[in-house]
Design a protein around this ligand. Structure first.
Ligand code: GDP
Length: 424
């Protein structure tokens, strides 16, 4: 059975924790898009991890962790993260890297950094991991697949062609030093040898696993609202974080996906630029930010303070629909325990008109939230393991959100640790 875990919002919904939890019963965990630009926080018996590129099954030696063809594969980031995981005492993990995945080059990172610098205030809030230049090259067909690293003539020819274009940009637009072809080739040869044991035909591995009815988890990064087609374009990421893309980016048949879990927080949080209708500011924001997540709402990749706000049912309903969610996992419910009253955004006001459908970006910029106020529960709910044992107002909150989203909330997370989970 193939199970996909994806974000319903702007990312950072707590997918890492849900995947880590479900990975206990999984045979294979697959990353299908994105690269080292986001971060999943996982807290288990080995400690606290901020995973960027490695799949969330990495702590379980029984699980095969796959980086699918849709991933932006940054070899140095991968090796560094693997070393960090080993240093935490995690047993040697099983890893397979798709031979069709493309390599995120050091010049993609440089171009990302230079472009954000050039844009200054108009920047997209990129994590400067090279993701946009990488996917640009992939679709411009000047990217390099992992398999091509092992064909020296192909590598040289492809790289020379790409560098001609990149160096023109680097020197004339950004006025920086050009990249040296020979140095780049030497470096890539070295890196290619280091990853050689992991490179595989992951499409075949996964197809066989599907035929044998193995448990496969496909792990998305970011969320619906960062999808290039359905999100808040252009403040989006460069690959699709949707469950609909998962079979493509992972390499499994579409029909094999049986469950799609959309993860959402009990409030909203967002890293990076773009319209964020329920955003809070000042003391109210500071308090929620400080109490949120496992150590405050700060980006797992960048350490940037996350923007925070009340639960946005308009955005989340749209987010779950876009994912084709079969169920919802609601995380960080414990964070709201300090509040007397909890606003929930149920619709937007657009120039005096009430709208319930998540609009296109320019219209979204003109919307303000319409709130319903729910009563808080004012008691610590961490440690509770049965849904019936949650305070009544807390259950009312969950059930109210469920009605608003229109999809069953089957998992309720009341703490950052793996075991802090209530099943409904
Ligand atoms: P991801 O990218 O979707 O995996 O999300 P992140 O890991 O970036 O952000 C989620 C944050 O919430 C992390 O700090 C998690 O440790 C934390 N977290 C996840 N579930 C819960 C929960 O139920 N309660 C609390 N307090 N923190 C949680």
């Amino acid at each position: 059975m193939v199970h996909t875990i994806v974000g319903a919002n702007w990312g950072d919904e707590g997918k890492g924790k849900i995947t880590d939890l479900l990975a206990v019963n999984a045979d294979i965990v697959v990353r299908f898009q994105g690269g080292a630009n986001a971060g999943h926080t996982i807290i288990n018996e080995y400690g606290r991890f901020a995973l960027h590129l490695l799949p969330s099954g990495i702590c379980n030696p029984e699980v095969l962790n796959v980086l699918g063809p849709g991933v932006a594969f940054d070899i140095e980031a991968f090796l560094k993260e693997l070393d960090e995981v080993r240093a935490m005492g995690v047993p040697e993990p099983q890893i397979a890297i798709s031979e069709r995945a493309q390599v995120l080059m050091p010049y993609h990172i440089l171009l990302d950094v230079y472009e954000e610098e050039r844009l200054g205030k108009q920047s997209f809030g990129s994590t400067r991991s090279g993701i946009a230049p990488f996917y640009g090259d992939k679709y411009q067909k000047i990217g390099l697949q992992v398999c091509q690293l092992y064909y020296p003539d192909v590598l040289r020819e492809k790289l020379a062609h790409a560098l001609e274009i990149k160096n023109a940009l680097i020197t004339s637009l950004y006025h920086k030093e050009p990249i040296d072809l020979e140095e780049m080739i030497t470096k890539l040869h070295e890196l290619a040898e280091r990853i050689r044991p992991y490179v595989a035909d992951t499409d075949e591995i996964l197809l066989n696993a599907v035929r044998e009815d193995k448990n496969i988890l496909l792990e998305g990064q970011l969320g619906t609202l960062r999808d290039p087609d359905h999100g808040i374009y252009p403040m989006v990421t460069s690959s699709s974080p949707l469950a609909g893309y998962a079979p493509v980016g992972a390499g499994v048949p579409v029909w094999s996906i049986k469950e799609i879990t959309a993860v959402t927080k009990a409030y909203s949080s967002c890293v990076g630029a773009g319209p964020f209708t329920t955003e809070l500011f000042g003391d109210e924001a500071e308090e929620l930010r400080r109490r949120g997540g496992d150590h405050g709402e700060y980006g797992a990749k960048t350490g940037r303070p996350r923007r925070v706000g009340w639960f946005d049912a308009v955005a989340t309903r749209y987010g779950c629909e876009g994912q084709g969610a079969t169920e919802v996992a609601l995380t960080n419910l414990d964070v709201l325990s300090y509040l007397d009253e909890i606003p929930v955004c149920v619709a937007y006001d657009w120039k005096g008109t009430r709208i319930e459908r998540f609009p296109v970006t320019p219209k979204l910029e003109e919307c303000t939230p319409i709130y319903e106020i729910l009563l808080g529960w004012k008691t610590d709910i961490r440690g509770i393991t049965k849904y019936e044992d949650l305070p009544e107002n807390c259950r009312n909150y969950v059930e109210y959100l469920e009605k608003q989203i229109g999809c069953p909330i089957r998992l309720v997370s009341n703490g950052p640790r793996r075991e802090e989970m209530i099943y409904r």
